[in-house]
Ligand binder design. Structure first.
Ligand SMILES: Cc1cc2nc3c(=O)[nH]c(=O)nc-3n(C[C@H](O)[C@H](O)[C@H](O)COP(=O)(O)O)c2cc1C
Length: 304
């Protein structure tokens, strides 16, 4: 594997992106993830101003992953830029600012506040499944509306714009194509699956306070691989492939489906921060055994 990976106009110093929402609030934790081998870090999705999430408990583990309903708590753009400045000064990782909002105007205003000297890209989160009580259906349920948001964000930033998509609505390929047609430079897929639910069998109370939550971790890997495969068929822009990746074999499948780089969220909680270094080592060993170049692996499953 070559040391750097070209992702449109963005150069990743190495493979592996920290997914939004996991260790993505403080500059110190994001810096540690980058130092442990991640090529890119994504901050937890931020709103224009500070907002509270759902009351606890917001995360529950089960045998194959997590159910979470954190509810998009956010420290706001200004404080997050301060934290990301720390990451910029201390690492070579690509910095992705994930943003969300409840309306198109505010998406544009939030994008305009992202410092292009600190961040390398903006990721638009239009796919969070566990805030429907506050925002109605996620925007990505409606491709036309999604396209308008992408266009508005692109009009308000010089940075490349990535769009984070959900597996929970029909035809993720059409949605990805609409994002590309409206100016997106890349796609991040997937956000959590569901929503799902876990129930305490003694009290019969749903285990997260919001009752429903997004499902992540190893159990969603096949859904994520299929989504990346469908997106690759539909667009020409690069993809960050995530959802259930915990091993080099998972990441290799994601890349063969069409991802240019892989991402890990829940896997960091399973495998620690060194998961990126371990996966990258595994990919390198695999490529040397297969006598393949990294570029030949991207989308390799599409020859069938
Ligand atoms: C606790 C938690 C919080 C998350 N918060 C966000 C978020 O703020 N923004 C976002 O776009 N995705 C968020 N996600 C989704 C992840 O970024 C990722 O897309 C998803 O979990 C699938 O990847 P994984 O199986 O590797 O975790 C969150 C996931 C978890 C588990």
């Amino acid at each position: 594997m070559s040391n750097t990976i070209q992702f449109g106009s963005i150069t990743f110093p190495r493979n592996g992106v920290l997914a939004s929402g996991i260790l993505g609030v403080t500059g110190a934790s994001m810096t540690r993830v980058a130092e442990s081998g991640a090529g890119g870090i994504t901050c937890k999705s931020i709103s224009k101003v500070r907002r509270k999430g759902h009351p606890t408990p917001v995360i529950q583990a089960y045998e194959h992953g997590l159910v979470n309903a954190v509810g998009l708590s956010s420290i706001g753009v200004e404080d997050t830029m301060e934290e990301l400045r720390h990451v910029r000064q201390n690492t070579d990782a690509v910095i992705i600012a994930s943003i969300f909002s409840g309306n198109i105007d505010e998406f544009g205003e939030t994008a305009a506040l992202i410092d292009d000297k600190v961040c390398d890209a903006i990721e638009i989160n239009i796919s969070c499944p566990n805030v429907s009580d506050e925002f109605g259906l996620p925007f990505c349920a409606n491709p036309q509306l999604s396209g308008q948001i992408v266009r508005r964000v692109c009009d308000n930033t010089k940075l490349p714009v990535l769009v984070k998509l959900s597996p929970n609505f029909p035809n993720i390929g059409i949605l990805a194509k609409t994002c590309q047609d409206n100016g997106a430079s890349g796609i991040t897929a997937i956000n959590t699956v569901g929503p799902g639910m876990l129930i305490d069998i003694h009290t019969f109370r749903p285990k997260v306070s919001n009752k429903r939550g997004g499902v992540s971790g190893p159990g969603i890997l096949p859904v994520a691989i299929r989504c990346v495969y469908d997106i690759y068929n539909a667009v020409d822009i690069p993809i960050i492939g995530m959802g259930g990746v915990t091993t080099a074999e998972d990441a290799i499948q994601m890349i063969a489906a069409g991802a240019t780089v892989y991402g890990v969220g829940t896997g960091v909680l399973y495998g620690g921060m060194e998961i990126f270094g371990n996966i990258n080592e595994g990919i390198e060993k695999y490529l040397s055994e297969m006598n393949m170049k990294y570029g030949e692996l991207i989308g390799a499953a599409h020859r069938f």
